[in-house]
Ligand binder design. Structure first.
Ligand SMILES: [Zn+2]
Length: 80
Protein backbone atom coordinates (compact mmCIF):
# COMPACT_ATOMS: atom_id res chain seq x y z
CA UNK A 1 0.00 0.00 0.00
CA UNK A 2 1.14 3.51 -0.67
CA UNK A 3 -0.07 6.98 0.22
CA UNK A 4 -1.55 8.88 -2.69
CA UNK A 5 -2.16 12.58 -3.12
CA UNK A 6 -3.88 14.67 -5.78
CA UNK A 7 -2.98 18.22 -6.69
CA UNK A 8 -5.66 20.62 -5.49
CA UNK A 9 -4.92 23.14 -8.22
CA UNK A 10 -5.59 22.18 -11.82
CA UNK A 11 -2.88 22.54 -14.40
CA UNK A 12 -3.34 24.88 -17.33
CA UNK A 13 -5.14 22.14 -19.26
CA UNK A 14 -7.51 21.37 -16.39
CA UNK A 15 -5.79 18.24 -15.16
CA UNK A 16 -5.25 17.20 -11.55
CA UNK A 17 -2.31 14.87 -11.11
CA UNK A 18 -2.25 11.94 -8.70
CA UNK A 19 1.08 11.31 -6.96
CA UNK A 20 2.50 8.44 -4.94
CA UNK A 21 4.11 9.76 -1.78
CA UNK A 22 6.95 7.25 -1.95
CA UNK A 23 7.74 7.41 -5.63
CA UNK A 24 7.56 11.12 -6.35
CA UNK A 25 10.43 13.45 -5.49
CA UNK A 26 9.95 14.98 -2.02
CA UNK A 27 10.28 18.42 -3.56
CA UNK A 28 6.99 17.77 -5.29
CA UNK A 29 5.24 17.68 -1.92
CA UNK A 30 7.21 20.47 -0.30
CA UNK A 31 5.38 22.90 -2.57
CA UNK A 32 2.05 22.12 -0.94
CA UNK A 33 -1.22 22.12 -2.82
CA UNK A 34 -1.67 18.37 -2.34
CA UNK A 35 -4.80 16.69 -1.02
CA UNK A 36 -4.45 13.32 0.67
CA UNK A 37 -6.44 10.62 -1.10
CA UNK A 38 -5.68 7.57 1.01
CA UNK A 39 -3.77 4.30 0.97
CA UNK A 40 -4.05 2.27 -2.22
CA UNK A 41 -2.46 -0.80 -3.71
CA UNK A 42 -1.73 0.90 -7.01
CA UNK A 43 -2.06 4.21 -8.78
CA UNK A 44 -5.06 3.09 -10.82
CA UNK A 45 -7.16 2.78 -7.68
CA UNK A 46 -5.99 6.17 -6.47
CA UNK A 47 -6.94 7.79 -9.78
CA UNK A 48 -10.44 6.32 -9.56
CA UNK A 49 -10.89 7.90 -6.13
CA UNK A 50 -9.36 11.17 -7.26
CA UNK A 51 -11.87 11.34 -10.11
CA UNK A 52 -14.69 11.49 -7.60
CA UNK A 53 -13.29 14.90 -6.65
CA UNK A 54 -11.74 15.91 -9.96
CA UNK A 55 -13.09 14.54 -13.21
CA UNK A 56 -9.80 15.21 -14.98
CA UNK A 57 -7.54 13.49 -12.46
CA UNK A 58 -4.82 11.26 -13.88
CA UNK A 59 -1.73 9.49 -12.64
CA UNK A 60 1.61 11.19 -13.05
CA UNK A 61 4.13 9.37 -15.26
CA UNK A 62 6.74 8.96 -12.56
CA UNK A 63 4.26 7.36 -10.16
CA UNK A 64 2.46 5.14 -12.62
CA UNK A 65 4.34 3.90 -15.68
CA UNK A 66 1.05 2.75 -17.16
CA UNK A 67 -0.42 6.24 -17.14
CA UNK A 68 -0.68 7.51 -20.70
CA UNK A 69 1.77 10.27 -21.42
CA UNK A 70 0.19 13.51 -22.48
CA UNK A 71 2.05 16.34 -24.19
CA UNK A 72 0.96 18.91 -21.63
CA UNK A 73 1.77 16.83 -18.56
CA UNK A 74 4.79 18.13 -16.69
CA UNK A 75 7.57 15.63 -16.09
CA UNK A 76 9.60 15.54 -12.91
CA UNK A 77 13.03 16.95 -13.59
CA UNK A 78 14.49 15.12 -10.62
CA UNK A 79 13.15 11.70 -11.59
CA UNK A 80 15.75 9.07 -10.74
ZN1 LIG B 1 4.22 12.02 -9.28
Amino acid sequence: MASYFVTSSAQSDGRHTVHDRDRCPPSRFALGGMEYLGEFGDAQQAVVVARVRYAHARGCPCCDPRAPLAPLAPRHATQA
